[in-house]
Design a protein around this ligand. Structure first.
Ligand SMILES: [Zn+2]
Length: 292
């Protein structure tokens, strides 16, 4: 049943085990608009935001199941990566929780998946999107990958691409979904809110947002075998513009790093994953600069 010319390709595809990987962030979840929602701690706003996040990722899991997925892995991808409430997660999903993880927001995608969903994603730093930032709102003013300004959607789609996994669905605010459509032609998107500002949004009714995600997720599973993984550039060059010069001084200490200007440091490697990991180390170094 592996021949493309046996006339049974469709049937063969349906007989194949279909595995969906889901990376779930919090800033693009419907109802989430403020740092208090995203800051892990005791606050009422955060407690509510993690419940919304769990319910919204459940909609994507339910859609994947409806679309025929046999195995679903959810990777908690925000902050401490201990937000999704396991006991409330859809029973079809396995959960990766906690941090640090070698592939961070994409941990698990290397284990053999047919497609990836990015749920609750936000737009990159400097865009008009809700809680816009790129990986670290405290340190990163701009990230470029081989000269292209990148957000987490593109950065993570390339990670998935390294393992042959196409991104099939992205959800978030309208800025995040526009960013996804630009980076990933043909990807399915669901916009759950429209930004009014960095800390304000007009939200779809929550049940309506989840119904749309469920429907799009089911349709996205049908793209397996048709959608192509996004292959990263080789060599890969990560260029980080930091928030202040002290951060760039720290980041510039890393062996192999290239100080581009007072605020900007770059790192290149033939291996995208190695360059990505170096960029994470650089972001961690940047955070060690004294605040001023
Ligand atoms: Zn994020």
């Amino acid at each position: 049943m592996t021949s493309a010319n046996d006339g049974l390709t469709g049937a063969s595809d349906r007989n194949k085990i279909q595995r969906i990987f889901i990376s779930c962030d919090i800033e693009g979840i419907s109802g989430v608009v403020h740092g208090d929602h995203a800051a892990q701690g005791q606050g009422e706003d955060y407690g509510r935001a993690r419940r919304l996040m769990t319910k919204q990722v459940n909609a994507a899991v339910a859609g994947a199941v409806q679309g025929g997925a046999d195995m679903i892995l959810v990777n908690d991808s925000h902050g401490t990566m201990r937000n999704i409430i396991l006991e409330d997660l859809h029973p079809a999903a396995h959960l990766v929780t906690g941090a640090p993880k070698p592939l961070s927001m994409m941990q698990g995608v290397a284990d053999g998946f047919d497609g990836a969903f990015l749920v609750g994603y936000h737009s990159r730093a400097g865009t008009p999107g809700v809680l816009n930032h790129t990986y670290s709102s405290r340190t990163v003013a701009e990230l470029r990958i081989n000269g292209t300004v990148a957000g987490e959607t593109l950065m993570n789609a390339y990670i998935a691409g390294c393992y042959g996994v196409p991104v099939l669905l992205v959800t978030g605010d309208t800025e995040a979904t526009n960013e996804a459509s630009d980076a990933l032609p043909g990807v399915k998107t669901v916009a759950v809110k429209e930004p009014v500002g960095r800390y304000a949004a007009k939200c779809l009714p929550f049940d309506e947002a989840n119904a749309r995600i469920r429907e799009a997720a089911a349709e996205a599973v049908a793209l397996i075998g048709k959608a192509r993984p996004l292959l990263p550039p080789t060599p890969a060059r990560f260029e980080l513009r930091l928030m202040n010069t002290a951060m760039a001084e720290y980041v510039g200490l890393m062996p192999g790093a290239e100080r581009v200007d007072t605020l900007t440091v770059a790192y290149s490697d033939d291996d995208y994953i190695k360059a990505f990991k170096a960029a994470r180390v650089m972001i961690t170094l940047a955070a060690s600069a004294d605040p001023y």
